[in-house]
Design a protein around this ligand. Structure first.
Ligand code: SF4
Length: 173
């Protein structure tokens, strides 16, 4: 935990110190605020919806979110961004971030759940989509390609081949 916390601003480090390093929010102090598809996907990992927990939200964002900058595409100017300290920690150490991070964070913005004895792969429908730039102004590869590694991780190579074939047919670049 110490290695992850070192990415965070002082206020978030202090918050986690006060919580004894526990990064999972207490539902009596913070609601889980999960929407239907996300709940259907996460129920695989919990006994009931009441058991579900989210990370602490501090300063309007996950306690692991930290401010950084990165070069803008095209002109190379630095633009402010927010990174995940858990993700940064894993990447810097060459770790497999998908098996290291929380399950809900790995699948986002996708969700996988069972319905009528079938496995459903869907995009989480939630108000936060309005703030995801690539959904409003696509400039990179389509999601079926950029999230290919996550689809393989969640559902395997054979399922992914079908997703890629469907994507190429219906969303040609
Ligand atoms: S990916 Fe998960 S842990 Fe990381 S900042 Fe986002 S919500 Fe928090």
């Amino acid at each position: 935990m110490d290695g992850i916390v070192r990415y965070l601003p002082a206020a978030k480090r202090e918050f986690l110190r006060r919580e004894g390093g526990n990064f999972v929010g207490d539902p009596d102090r913070q609601g889980t605020d999960m929407l239907p598809q996300e709940t259907m996907a996460m129920i695989r990992f919990f006994k009931s919806p009441e058991e579900m927990r989210c990370t602490w939200v501090v300063d309007d964002g996950c306690v692991f979110l930290y401010p950084a900058t990165q070069p803008a595409p095209g002109n190379g100017h630095s633009v402010p961004v927010q990174y995940c300290a858990v993700h940064s920690y894993a990447l810097e150490r060459g770790m497999d971030w998908q098996s290291f991070k929380q399950a809900d964070c790995v699948q986002y913005p996708l969700c996988v759940y069972e319905q009528d004895s079938r496995t459903v792969l869907a995009l989480q429908e939630e108000p936060g989509h309005a703030g995801v730039p690539c959904l409003n102004n696509p400039i990179g590869p389509p999601m079926y390609r950029s999230l290919e590694g996550t689809i393989i991780y969640l559902l395997g190579e054979r399922f992914n081949e079908k997703v890629q074939a469907y994507g190429r047919e219906h969303f040609p670049e």
